[in-house]
Design a protein around this ligand. Structure first.
Ligand code: PLP
Length: 425
């Protein structure tokens, strides 16, 4: 039972008027804050300042003597492949280094599958009457947008506490040859914060699928982004697929966007050698070579996985207080009222909030009308349609603590306002 259901009508009216008066005070402050996307704050970017100094006019050569200023090296410098192989738990031969964006790698990969087909495809995907993707939801809106943009049908899949509802995934993937893939953010997931359990990873690797060219899009964007010293462990999906006799089933992605510089990081892809050779063939048509100076910078700055992990502890020291503050305000303002529930992530960039059904859009609209922009309600579901109108993704990393406090106080007030208005309807 919610707190509101326990109130009689006059008490509810009085509570509503109190909330409205409080809301009007917020409106008078004319706030202008944006918490819509998971963006590192400037103090986080400053942590990577040394990245801009570790190359100069004389030290631009890679370990094997490659002049990184010139064309070439389409799949990446050997030392960059070695660094990302450590991060992706793959062999260097199973890695391709991309540009600054893993989303770019995913988008291009799916376009190539549409136009040319993948290893194992009977035809290019575009020649098939329909292509569908499984979309564990709430999930990452930009994954869904890539598919929607290409006319790929999105099938929402429910989340359990340890990953997608595998019974639903297995049943659909085994029955329908037009289902070509599944989107997964397996660690500190965007937005739920979930890390997939061993059982889920193993079932995804081994499940029978109808499409011969089915792929798991394993977006390990938050692989080293922990908020605690005891992060959850994720099984190595590449190894699990090999062990299950499905070596080509997975494409693993990551990037340093939220490790080094969000606009000037390095993205990478790991996959079986068959998938990598296919990708390399297409990549060689698209470009003569990537920005190897940036690859060299990253290798010099971080050195190895341990260097990246040490760096991520500095990020955690900056952003954990923001997560703690956001959660403390929700507990203080909403705790025990049964008007919303929220995740307590151990890593990643988001807090996932569920309002009472039917209240998410109203909450986000009210928050925006008082000057704080949040991720649109519904954005975490395929086609922007949250069947319960309940999920809201909070991105607490960018605003300074003082602004975050104001934004969270307003947000929790708007949840209460939207809930009371619904109760009064
Ligand atoms: N994947 C996930 C799950 C993300 O949350 C984000 C950014 O928020 C990205 C990918 C984007 O990564 P990149 O900057 O490497 O394109």
């Amino acid at each position: 039972m919610t707190e509101l259901e326990k109130m009689n009508d006059p008490a509810l009216q009085e509570y509503y008027l109190q909330l409205v008066r409080h809301y009007e005070k917020f409106q008078a402050q004319k706030l202008k804050l944006n918490m819509s996307r998971g963006i590192p704050g400037p103090d986080q970017l400053d942590l990577a300042a040394g990245l801009l100094d570790c190359i100069n006019q004389t030290n631009y050569k890679a370990a094997d003597g490659t002049d990184c200023r010139n064309y070439g090296g389409v799949d990446g410098l050997p030392e960059a492949k070695e660094l990302f192989a450590q991060l992706l738990e793959a062999k260097p031969a199973e890695v391709i280094i991309g540009g600054n964006s893993s989303l770019n790698l995913m988008n291009d990969l799916i376009i190539r599958a549409m136009l040319h087909g993948l290893p194992g495809s009977e035809t290019p995907w575009v020649k098939q009457p329909q292509v569908k993707f499984l979309c564990p939801s709430p999930g990452y809106d930009r994954h869904f947008a890539i598919c929607e943009h290409l006319g790929i049908e999105l099938i929402p899949i429910k989340y359990q506490h340890d990953g997608p509802d595998m019974a639903q995934v297995e049943q659909l993937a085994a029955a329908d040859a037009s289902i070509k893939g599944i989107w997964c953010v397996p660690k500190h997931s965007n937005p739920t914060g979930i890390t997939y359990s061993d059982a889920v990873v193993k079932r995804l690797a081994a499940m029978p699928v109808k499409a011969p060219d089915f792929r798991i899009f394993w977006d390990n964007a938050y692989t080293v982004h922990h908020l605690t010293d005891t992060p959850p462990r994720l099984l190595n999906m590449l190894a699990e697929c090999k062990q299950a006799g499905q070596p080509d089933r997975v494409f693993v992605f990551t990037s340093t966007s939220k490790v080094s510089l969000a606009g000037a990081g390095i993205a990478a892809l790991a996959a079986s050698e068959a998938n990598i050779n296919w990708f390399k063939k297409h990549l060689g048509i698209q470009t003569i070579g990537p920005d190897k100076l940036n690859q060299l910078r990253h290798v010099r700055f971080f050195k190895d996985r341990a260097g990246i992990e040490a760096h991520m502890r500095k990020h955690a020291a900056i952003i954990k207080p923001k997560f703690d503050l956001a959660i403390a305000i929700m507990e203080a303002e909403l705790g025990g009222k049964n008007l919303a529930s929220w995740s307590k992530p151990q890593g990643g960039y988001f807090i996932s909030v569920n309002t009472l059904p039917g209240c998410a859009k109203k909450t986000v609209a009210k928050t925006a009308a008082a000057g704080v922009v949040l991720t649109s309600a519904g954005a975490t579901f395929p086609y922007g349609r949250d069947p319960k109108d309940s999920n809201i993704r909070l991105a607490p990393t960018f605003p300074p603590l003082a602004e975050l406090k104001q934004a969270m106080e307003l947000f929790t007030l708007c949840i209460q306002l939207a809930s009371v208005e619904q109760e009064l309807e």
